[in-house]
Design a protein around this ligand. Sequence first.
Ligand SMILES: Cc1cc2nc3c(=O)[nH]c(=O)nc-3n(C[C@H](O)[C@H](O)[C@H](O)COP(=O)(O)OP(=O)(O)OC[C@H]3O[C@@H](n4cnc5c(N)ncnc54)[C@H](O)[C@@H]3O)c2cc1C
Length: 470
Amino acid sequence: MAPAQPFDKLLEIVGEANFHQDEGALTRFLEEPRGLYKKGAQCAVTPTSVKMVQKVMQFAYQNEIAVVPQSGNTGLVGGQVPATGKEIILSLSKLRQVREVDTSTNVMTLEAGITVLEAQKHAEEADRLFPLSLGSEGSCQIGGILSTNAGGTAVLAYGNSRDLCMGVEAVLADGRLYKGLSKLRKDNTGYDLKDLLVGAEGTLGIITAASMKMFPRPRAFETALLNIASPQVGVEVFEIVRKRAGNRLTSFELLPTIGMDLQLKHELITRDPRAKDAPTNWHILLELSLFEGDEDGALLGVLEELAEKELVADASLCNSLGDRQLMWLMRENYAECQNREAQSIKHDISVAIRDIPTLMDEVDAAAERIVPGIRPIAFGHMGDGNIHYDFLAPEGFEGDFKAFAPEIHKATYEILAKLNGSISAEHGIGQMKADLLAQKKDPTALDMMKSIKLALDPKNILNPGKILRS
Ligand SMILES: Cc1cc2nc3c(=O)[nH]c(=O)nc-3n(C[C@H](O)[C@H](O)[C@H](O)COP(=O)(O)OP(=O)(O)OC[C@H]3O[C@@H](n4cnc5c(N)ncnc54)[C@H](O)[C@@H]3O)c2cc1C
């Protein structure tokens, strides 16, 4: 079917193979992981070069057509799918060149459509580490992880995507190219434009390539699952381990027992990873990275100190690669086991680490008052202060559990505000939290953000309806 005006021009720019307008062809661009946003799109385009991306943006700018940038389509807040259905989707997934792997500067320059897993492999081939690691790494892409400033399981040691990025190349709203692929560790020449584009969720420009940091590869990992009495003990354990291990402490994940029980119940894991005598409801999944020159057994020393101080009830140490894989599989399954069990209500929030126990005491109590028997499943990157604070419907609950979401969100975000926490630690704002951001963000900060948006996107064609409400 011939596309309607003015899309014949767009078809001409990208070519038939990269123009998708039929309902069937559009589905993969429109379905997002949580199935919450279901608007259509005028069409999707998959340009194969940066020049082509520029031409698409020139076309959109001239015709004032809104553009939704998309990479791996794994975002969890509806940022990568249309808000109205009148947009075109601009997928960067065909920009797949590795432009350079520079082992003297430890930087690789990758185009936006390369997945995180592929980036890890490219670094590995050069005997280096690309440390970003997250559950969606087989699908999410460089453009997407930078635009959401993704975190993951190694933020403690290496930082989030923003920290891993030295520079970006981006196409602006009017089609101009920002050539910011820096490899410089020192460059004090005014505003940091890279840091504006990173975390902007496609509202300020289209990232087409980025220079990403690499690190020495650890020669070994030491991993253990610690059984602890409470999140408060978790904070104490964190302080001790961090002091002893410094940046070798790569991951420190808080895991409530309920998640492991559900995974065994729903056969997501076949072997219980816990130590036999784990008497309490809380665990920490802890991982140290060892480098050339580090002696084996660093973790044992840490565990001895924790045992002497009576902070750990029991521990299960990984003795093989298989053990370690099981631990990380179990960690990644914390979202899926909820999907299999019951309806859930979710939050992705952060506070200072020492405030986590207060947050958890108060939020659990508030939720229990709203829905007696509610099942909290608060887990995640404790070492970053980032908790995925989820709630499952009570056992045997019948009815619409999600109807309680507004009340539970309100209570949670009020407690969070008291603790100066963030309403979005990892997943961003997208469509899901745009109203919440308008309520919770400091008005001066919001004004500054709106001024920047207006300066870089005067026609409001870059991912409108995401992050900022106009
Ligand atoms: C199973 C699972 C586990 C996850 N675990 C984590 C986790 O541990 N930590 C975490 O932080 N996130 C996690 N996420 C969320 C998600 O994977 C990340 O937000 C990821 O960074 C999105 O990358 P993507 O390539 O899929 O981007 P998309 O989903 O395609 O896009 C995300 C946002 O970026 C914009 N965008 C995409 N590409 C570009 C570009 N080239 N230029 C400008 N804007 C662009 C989109 O418009 C959208 O607003 C998880 C998701 C899933 C499904």
